[in-house]
Design a protein around this ligand. Structure first.
Ligand code: FPP
Length: 276
């Protein structure tokens, strides 16, 4: 199915895409007029893009600045990519903002990242809501400090009615831990007789993941030239097209996103079948 840039999905979880071109009212004119955006028209745009945002630390180091300086610049890139995704008609955007392994970073960096999360919610929530962005946050949120936890709850609650773009923020997240959580839930159902082992299917497992109501990512982008999955969305990216960008995350902008989508549009997705 072909999606048109600026198309507005009726609801992010819909299986079909609307044919109509929606209003670009909340997309800035400079984005709507972007020639790269026009080049995306006429070929399918990924419904769901997942991004491993990497390279903030190196970006800061290149400027002889502390790592949190790079994370702050990375927050601006998040803003640009959200807006560009909406303009392109992407329905879901999944961002890896903080991994379980990131808890092992220096306390000062962790607390800078948590403060940035609070700041992101405080400064962006109105705009996100105006743009129709529904924020969801996935991961072991019990480890967040109280203020960060409140920010997360606020972002989710205040955008729950939005339907234009589903923004999944993965925080304190690990793909294996997500699978363990799903298996534990399934084992509990089996133990109390609510589920037969033979009735465990891929759909049952999918229904226990954080992303149970999203389609799997079509495109997985990693920045900074690294070529690892780093425990991100391990189940969901089974058939995602991979795109490695050499840009450090703070330099990843609208044009970089559209280049990734153009590259995706040239791929031959066979899902294990033979080419027609
Ligand atoms: C990886 O770069 C990036 C992170 C661990 C944090 C990502 C956070 C942001 C982009 C800003 C906050 C975002 C939101 C949504 C509030 P790195 O530090 O591992 O970079 P390096 O590999 O160069 O050291």
């Amino acid at each position: 199915m072909v999606s048109t840039p600026t198309a507005v999905p009726a609801t992010p979880a819909d299986t079909g895409r609307p044919d109509s071109v929606g209003t670009a009212a909340s997309v800035s004119p400079s984005v709507a007029a972007d020639p790269l955006l026009q080049r995306l028209a006429g070929a399918p745009v990924p419904r769901h893009i997942a991004i491993i945002m990497d390279g903030n630390g190196r970006w800061a180091r290149e400027r002889h600045m502390p790592r949190p300086f790079g994370h702050r610049a990375g927050m601006k890139a998040v803003r640009a990519v959200v807006e560009a995704s909406i303009a392109a008609g992407v329905e879901w955007l999944s961002l890896f903002a903080f991994s379980q392994e990131n808890w092992q970073r220096p306390v000062t960096e962790i607390s800078a990242l948590m403060s940035l999360l609070e700041e992101y919610v405080a400064s962006e929530i109105d705009e996100l809501r105006a743009q129709g962005v529904r924020v969801r946050v996935h991961g072991d949120l019990t480890r967040l400090d109280a203020a960060a936890g409140r920010a997360v709850q606020r972002a989710v609650a205040e955008t729950a009615h939005c339907t234009r773009l589903g923004l999944n923020l993965f925080i304190s997240y690990g793909g294996r831990a997500e699978l363990v959580r799903a298996m534990q839930q399934i084992a509990e159902d089996v133990a109390r007789g609510a589920l037969r082992p033979g009735a465990i299917t891929e759909d049952v497992i999918r229904s226990r993941l954080y992303t149970e109501d999203c389609p799997d990512p079509d495109l997985l982008i990693r920045t900074s030239g690294e070529r690892r999955l780093s425990n991100f969305m391990l189940w969901q990216v089974a058939y995602a097209e991979l795109y490695i960008s050499g840009a450090l995350w703070p330099d990843f902008d609208r044009a970089a996103l559209y280049e990734a989508i153009l590259d995706f549009q040239r791929r031959d997705r066979r899902f294990g079948k033979v080419a027609k």
